[in-house]
Ligand binder design. Structure first.
Ligand SMILES: [Zn+2]
Length: 136
């Protein structure tokens, strides 16, 4: 597990991706298709977002990076894009932070934790993305 140092770059990348489709598979489980904006090299990724009790989220993505990690990394730009899309659909504004303190400093209504899939209930502060949310 490693600290997510490149979070601002990742969220910047995520904000440039677009959401093609949001499917609700079951209560708290979504399959979200994300696409790049390139006209020349169009590419789609399939993400799966699961909401657990205690404001915890796990997610998977079929991109190379996330697949190779075998559930040991928290998020990629596609997962973050999917969460932005889900937030928009649920009329919530969301913002990503590397620490709980940074998220708290924004005074959000709620802080969600995106954690690695291999240990959804083991809260490791070094392998968590904190998601501050507000009603939009
Ligand atoms: Zn990905």
């Amino acid at each position: 597990m490693r600290i997510i140092k490149n979070l601002p770059r990742l969220s910047q990348k995520a904000s440039m991706l677009r959401i093609v489709r949001i499917e609700c598979i079951s209560n708290g489980n979504y399959r979200i298709t994300v696409q790049n904006n390139s006209e020349i090299k169009r590419h789609s990724w399939l993400t799966n977002i699961t909401f657990h009790p205690n404001n915890t989220i796990t997610a998977t993505c079929n991109c190379d990076w996330h697949t190779r990690s075998k559930g040991h990394v928290v998020g990629c730009s596609h997962i973050m894009a999917a969460l932005y899309g889900l937030g928009r659909q649920q009329q919530r504004k969301i913002s990503f932070f590397a620490t709980n303190d940074e998220a708290k400093a924004q005074n959000p209504e709620k802080i969600l934790r995106l954690v690695a899939e291999c240990s959804p209930y083991v809260h490791s502060p070094n392998a968590t993305i904190y998601i501050a949310t507000w009603a939009a």
